[in-house]
Design a protein around this ligand. Structure first.
Ligand code: AMP
Ligand code: GLY
Length: 423
C-alpha cells in the first residue's frame, strides 16, 4: 500500500504557487501534478480540454487529492465533476460556491443563520435604484456612502463605494446595463460599514471547521483612502487582535460552524470570511463583508509561510474528516507578503518586462518569490502585466525585508507599496 500521495494543484497565480510549494515540501507527497499552472516548475503539468477530460486524466493517474485554488472552476462545479469520478477534492461544491458567486446567496445564508452583516437592498432596475439612492440621500444634506455590489463574479471589480449620488447612480446604470454581463444585472445596495477589516480563512471537513490564524490584506493601490482597490498589494499573518476581538471572533467561528452543520454542507474546502469590526445598533462585532470559497490571495502566501504544521497533513486530515485531531503550529515571527506589480495596475497594466532578481538570492535571504503573472522565455523571466510577483518572508520585520528585496529587483516600471507595515 502506498503511504504517499499523488496531488493535483489547480491554478496559476501566486496563491497556487504557494500552495504547490507547501505541498512539495511535505514528506507525504509522492508526485505533484499541476493543471492550468503558471510558470512555476514544481510538478508535471496535465493538459486538458475541459473539466471532464481533466477528471478522467486524474482518475487514470490515480490522483489522491485535487486542490483547487481559484474561484472560477469551483463556481463552475469542478468539484461536482471530480466527485462523480470518485476523486477526493479540497474545494467547495457548486451549490455552496454560490457563497462567492452570488452576493445575494451569501446574504440569504447570513440572514438565515443570524450572521451579522451590512443591511442591503436588491436592485433589479434603474427606477428602483433611483428611489433607493434618494431614500438613502435623505434630508440631512450629506450623502452617506453606499456600497454598490454586483451580485455575480466580476473579477474583484464588482464592488464600488460611492460617496455621492451622481456617482452611485452612474455606477448602478453601468452595472444594470451589463458592464459585467449577467453578473451585474442584479445589484445589492449595501450600507457602508466603517472599521478594521480581517481575513479569516477556515477549512471545513463536513464536521469540523478549522480556522487558520487570522490575517490582513492591503487592497488599496496606495495609502490614500480614495485609491482604487486591487487584487491585493500585500498581506500579513497573524493579525494582532485584542481580547474582545478574539472573543468575538470565536463567537463568529462557532456561528459559521453551526451554519454549515445545519446546511448539512458535505464538501471539504476552504471558506474565507472577509470581516469588519463595526458598530451597529450600539454594539461592536465582526460583520461579514463577503464570503469567498477559496484561500485569499495574497493572504494564503503569508499564512502558509507562517504555518509550521505540514499543510498536506492538514489537507489529508480534512479528507478523512479528522480535522478535529489537528492542532496548527505557527512560526514565532510574523509572515508577510508584498506584491510587485507593473506600474499602471490595476487600470492599464503594462506588459512584458524582463525581471532580474537580485544577485544575493532570495533563498539566502529567506525570501520566497511566488509568480503571480510571470512567463519564462528562453530561460529569462518576463512580467505578463498586472500583479507580477508575490514576495514572502517570515521575520521580525517582514515588510522591511521585503521592501529592500523589491527595491533590488530589476524590472522596468515596477510598482509596490513602500508604506506597508504589520499592525
Ligand atoms: P468585497 O469584494 O465584497 O470584499 O469588497 C471589497 C472591499 O470593499 C472590502 O474589502 C471592503 O474594504 C469594501 N467593502 C465591501 N463592502 C463594504 C461595506 N458594506 N462597507 C464598507 N466597505 C465595504
Ligand atoms: N485578498 C482577498 C481575496 O482573495 O479575495
Amino acid at each position: 500500500m502506498r503511504t504517499t500521495l499523488n496531488i493535483l494543484v489547480f491554478g496559476s497565480g501566486a496563491r497556487e504557487h504557494a500552495i504547490a510549494e507547501s505541498i512539495s515540501k511535505s514528506p507525504l507527497l509522492n508526485k505533484l501534478y499541476l493543471a492550468e499552472a503558471g510558470a512555476f516548475d514544481l510538478g508535471e503539468v496535465i493538459e486538458f480540454s475541459d473539466y471532464e477530460d481533466l477528471a478522467k486524466k486524474c482518475a487514470v493517474l490515480k490522483i489522491d487529492m485535487a486542490v483547487f485554488g481559484p474561484e472560477g472552476p469551483l463556481c463552475d462545479g469542478i468539484v461536482d465533476i471530480f466527485k462523480a469520478h470518485n476523486l477526493p477534492c479540497i474545494g467547495v461544491d457548486k451549490h455552496f460556491s454560490q457563497l462567492e458567486s452570488s452576493k445575494l446567496f451569501g446574504k440569504k445564508f447570513m440572514e438565515k443563520h443570524g450572521i451579522k452583516t451590512a443591511k442591503y437592498e436588491v436592485i433589479a432596475d434603474i427606477e428602483e435604484a433611483s428611489a433607493a439612492i434618494l431614500s438613502k440621500a435623505g434630508n440631512k444634506g450629506k450623502f452617506p456612502s453606499v456600497v454598490i455590489k454586483a451580485d455575480g463574479l466580476c473579477g474583484g471589480k464588482g464592488v464600488v463605494i460611492a460617496n455621492n449620488e451622481a456617482f452611485a447612480q452612474r455606477t448602478i446604470n453601468e452595472f444594470l446595463e451589463g458592464k459585467f454581463g449577467d453578473n451585474s444585472k442584479t445589484i445589492l445596495l449595501e450600507e457602508f460599514l466603517q472599521g478594521e477589516e480581517l481575513s479569516l480563512m477556515s477549512l471545513w471537513d463536513g464536521k469540523t471547521l478549522l480556522s487558520f490564524a487570522p490575517s490582513r490584506d492591503f487592497k488599496k493601490l496606495n495609502k490614500s483612502s480614495s485609491a482604487p482597490n486591487t487584487g491585493g498589494m500585500g498581506a500579513f499573518c497573524p493579525a494582532k487582535l485584542n481580547e474582545f476581538q478574539r472573543k468575538k471572533l470565536d463567537e463568529y467561528k462557532n456561528k459559521l460552524k453551526k451554519s454549515l452543520e445545519l446546511e448539512k454542507a458535505d464538501f471539504v474546502g476552504f471558506i474565507y470570511s472577509g470581516l469588519i469590526m463595526a458598530q451597529k445598533d450600539g454594539a461592536w462585532d465582526w460583520h461579514v463583508l463577503e464570503y469567498n470559497v477559496r484561500l485569499g490571495d495574497p493572504e494564503a502566501q503569508a499564512t502558509l509561510a507562517h504555518l509550521k504544521t505540514d499543510f498536506l497533513e492538514v489537507l489529508q486530515a480534512a479528507l478523512a474528516q479528522n480535522l478535529d485531531k489537528i492542532k496548527l503550529d505557527y512560526n514565532e515571527d510574523i509572515s508577510a507578503c508584498l506584491t510587485l506589480a507593473c506600474e499602471g495596475y490595476p487600470k492599464t497594466p503594462r506588459d512584458r518586462k524582463k525581471i532580474t532578481l537580485p544577485e544575493e538570492t532570495a533563498e539566502n535571504r529567506d525570501i520566497k518569490v511566488f509568480y503571480a503573472g510571470v512567463e519564462e522565455i528562453d530561460g529569462e523571466m518576463y512580467s505578463k502585466g498586472g500583479r507580477v510577483l508575490s514576495l514572502c518572508t517570515t521575520s521580525q520585520d517582514p515588510f522591511w525585508d521585503l521592501k529592500n528585496f523589491a527595491k533590488e529587483i530589476e524590472m522596468e516600471n515596477k510598482y509596490f507599496r513602500t508604506d506597508l507595515e504589520v499592525r
